[in-house]
Write a protein that binds this ligand. Structure first.
Ligand SMILES: *Cc1c(COP(=O)(O)O)cnc(C)c1O
Length: 394
């Protein structure tokens, strides 16, 4: 057996392979350059073109773009009418923004434990967590595998709650053959460079509701409108009807997004085929659990997560993590349960709220996965993981 790089051996690869990365080609660059040379670099025609294409792609009536996915979530909380004292149910296994957006509007995130197989929020526990104060549910399609969204919408319908699906991981994914973005009251996508397509920074909410769409547009532009005015003092007139923000995407970003969207399906195909290669290989490995896929979901594979059966290894997850990094395999951990962060602890959340999620967090490793990984890159991940995990099995 070859010596581990962490013990001074030769690393599996010469350069660090990151866990995620964007792909920008000449067409993308051309598209951005054309917009830079045009008369609008923000609030021009590219924004509405991008929004229309996103809405068409996912099968929603409206798409409203934002400066980033977090701003989009904030706006969705506003549009849902969330306010001080309201409770919002979400998962602890997500990026902090899924819960932070509730805090932005004065509402309280309520963390509900995950399903031990899908790693998504457990719909049965969602039902049990609904109180008189609950106003919304923010489920997350963690890793790109859709949450049981129809079940969650059903709970919401019965209890009069709004569902804001955090689909930052799941652009292009399907639930019962329907595209994510066509199923929840509002659905958020992120266009951060590690996500499926990028606009640098960027995000969107898609919805079928005209009322939500109008509120979302108002919120992203200072609460200012030129239509549906309460008064009209003349052709110059506009009104600030509520306290909003400047959360707009630029036309430069939208131009990049339009060009990226053309490649989205091929990006997803590539992610799926890499995940398949990982599955085939790690299915035969002792002490690891490959990502379970629920039968009625088609993941778009934002993340590939291996779960370790730590009692079969001679060291802990940290040593395995460090040994893989030493091999230049850019493993990561997604995510630290949100309420364990110092800020959440400071505002009163105690450890132990979601025991399955906390246990799960100790056992997982995210492997590199992005569409431009070469066959050699994929091979190096397989070899690196086998090398390190086999070593620590002995
Ligand atoms: C990336 C991400 C966000 C936030 O999106 P940004 O565009 O980075 O603001 C929210 N939720 C999840 C689950 C994410 O992965």
């Amino acid at each position: 057996m070859s010596k581990l790089a962490i013990h001074g051996g030769e690393p599996i690869r010469e350069e660090m392979l990151s866990y995620g990365q964007q792909y920008i080609d000449n067409e993308d660059i051309q598209s951005v350059v054309e917009t830079l040379k045009s008369s609008f670099i923000t609030q021009g025609p590219k924004i509405s073109e991008f929004e229309e294409e996103i809405a068409n792609y996912v099968g929603a009536e409206y798409a409203i773009s934002f400066s980033n996915g977090t701003a989009a979530l904030h706006a969705a909380c506003y549009a849902a009418g969330l306010n001080f004292g309201d409770e919002v149910i979400t998962t602890p296994i997500t990026f902090a923004a899924s819960a932070n957006c509730a805090l932005y509007v004065g509402a309280k995130p309520v963390f509900v434990d995950i399903d031990n197989n899908t790693y998504n929020i457990d719909p049965k526990k969602v039902s049990a967590a609904v109180t008189e104060k609950t106003k919304a549910i923010i489920p997350v399609d963690f890793t790109g595998q859709p949450v049981e969204i129809e079940e969650i919408q059903e709970i919401a319908r019965k209890k009069n709650l709004v569902v804001i699906q955090d689909a930052a991981h799941s652009l292009g994914a399907t639930y019962r053959k329907k595209k994510i973005g066509s199923l929840a009251d509002m659905t958020m996508f992120s266009f951060h460079p590690v996500k499926h397509i990028t606009t640098g920074e960027g995000g969107a909410i898609v919805t079928d509701s005209k009322q939500y769409a109008e509120k979302l547009r108002l919120f992203r532009s200072h609460g200012i409108t030129r239509t549906q005015l309460l008064n009209n003092e003349g052709p110059w007139y506009y009104e600030m009807q509520d306290l909003g923000f400047n959360y707009r995407m630029t036309d430069i970003q939208a131009a990049l997004g339009i060009s990226q969207l053309k490649k989205l399906n091929s990006f997803i195909d590539k992610r799926r085929s890499i995940a398949e290669l990982y599955n085939q290989s790690f299915n035969n490995m002792n002490g690891v659990i490959i990502p379970y896929q629920a039968p009625n979901t088609g993941s778009s594979w934002h993340l590939y997560i291996l779960r370790l059966d730590l009692k079969t290894f001679s060291v802990g997850r940290r040593e395995i993590f460090e040994a893989l990094r030493a091999e230049n395999i850019g493993v990561n951990i997604h995510y630290i349960p949100v309420y364990k962060h110092p800020y959440y602890q400071r505002i009163g959340y105690k450890p132990g709220i979601c025991p399955i999620a906390e246990q799960w967090y100790e056992e997982v490793l995210t492997l590199p996965l992005f569409p431009t990984m070469s066959e050699k890159d994929v091979q190096s991940v397989l070899e690196g993981v086998w090398k390190v995990l086999t070593y620590y099995h002995s």
